[in-house]
Design a protein around this ligand. Structure first.
Ligand SMILES: Nc1nc2c(ncn2[C@@H]2O[C@H](COP(=O)(O)OP(=O)(O)OP(=O)(O)O)[C@@H](O)[C@H]2O)c(=O)[nH]1
Length: 323
């Protein structure tokens, strides 16, 4: 499962985990940024969820992916203290991952290619922001080009003629993939699980060299993440002001942001996330008694003004530190 930052991958994953499809699914999630927030946003499902937060699945931690797959194999078939049952594995890549090297990892390692089959490369496309991302970087293009199934998501945010223009652009980039329009990544799971549409010849047409061992993916250095933390409770009015100023001054450079905030006068966690100008703030569960209530925001973007974010976030703390 791939797709640019904020396209709707975790939303799709949650849809898969909540649905009544009868499969046991193991999930591997790779997140961009040093602090994992996705794990907090994935629904409780009792399925095995393995996080990879130490780097990008398509380059620096490809060997970790191999180790995780081998360990899943071992835990299914050998007698181990931590057995796990699954019939399928869903891998959610980061929004900046190039799918080619990830696919290559599955095919190049004999133990993995003997026991696992790639069912489909599913690419979620953000109908609102895709044109900007396709125009400004190579990752979004690769993700579309390598897809077997494309979810053209967030159709609620765009006009019909914009969807038609984007759809025709996507079809020109990849005529092989099946394309479906979605809202909140809601798709009939028969269209994405057990579809057996992975086509190696198609991938080789996209990139004749992608199976070569030395293939190396280079991320644009100007896209990076910063993590903001604050141990003091936050004042909601100040947070609102911070977010307003952020959207006015920095929405173009902030590709994706997610945060879990400890706001004064509420015992619930405040979850804040967005993509460029489109953002949402909501409360979710209550903080657990022993839980560390440090507020954390991960911001991923282009040439981020780190000093501005740090200074402004620290001003959101309540003046006297009261809860
Ligand atoms: N309006 C609208 N918002 C959506 C839709 N699908 C997802 N979202 C929202 O878009 C934001 C990003 O969704 P995620 O599912 O977290 O995206 P993602 O691809 O996992 O993001 P990263 O893992 O950070 O790359 C969230 O706030 C979602 O609630 C949709 O169809 N319409």
């Amino acid at each position: 499962m791939t797709g640019f930052l904020g396209a709707g991958k975790t939303t799709l994953l949650n849809h898969i985990l909540k649905a009544d499809h009868g499969y046991k699914i193991a999930v591997i999630v790779n997140e961009f940024g040093e602090v994992g927030i996705d794990n907090e946003l994935i629904v409780e499902s009792g399925e095995e969820i393995i996080e990879m937060n130490n780097g990008c699945i398509c380059c620096t931690v490809r060997s970790d992916l191999v180790d995780i797959m081998k360990s899943l194999l071992h835990r299914k078939f050998a007698e181990t203290p931590t057995p796990v049952e699954y019939d399928r594995i869903v891998v959610e890549t980061t929004g900046l991952a190039d799918p080619g090297p990830v696919i290559q990892t599955f095919l190049a390692e004999p133990l993995i290619s003997n026991f696992f089959k790639i069912d489909a490369v599913i690419t979620v496309v953000d109908a609102k922001h895709a044109e900007h991302h396709l125009d400004n970087g190579h990752e979004a293009k690769e993700q579309v080009a390598f897809a077997d199934v494309i979810l053209l998501n967030k159709i609620d945010l765009v006009e019909k003629e914009d969807i038609a223009r984007l759809e025709s652009r996507l079809k020109k980039m990849n005529s092989h993939a099946r394309l479906t329009h979605t809202h909140q990544s809601l798709i009939d799971l028969d269209q994405i699980l057990g579809v057996n549409t992975f086509d190696l010849d198609h991938k080789l047409e996209v990139d004749p060299h992608f199976l070569e061992e030395h293939h190396h993916h280079h991320h644009d250095d100007d896209i990076f993440s910063i993590v903001l933390t604050e141990t003091r409770p936050l004042d909601l009015d100040k947070v609102n002001k911070f977010i307003n100023d952020w959207l006015v001054e920095h929405s173009a450079d902030t590709y994706r942001y997610k945060g879990i905030l400890n706001v004064q006068k509420t015992n619930k966690r405040v979850v804040f996330q967005g993509v460029h100008m489109i953002f949402g703030v909501d409360t979710d569960r209550e903080w657990n008694v022993d839980e560390d209530r440090t507020s954390r925001i991960v911001v991923i973007g282009k040439d981020l003004d780190e000093d501005w974010f740090r200074a402004r976030f620290s001003e959101c703390a309540v003046a006297d530190g009261s809860v």
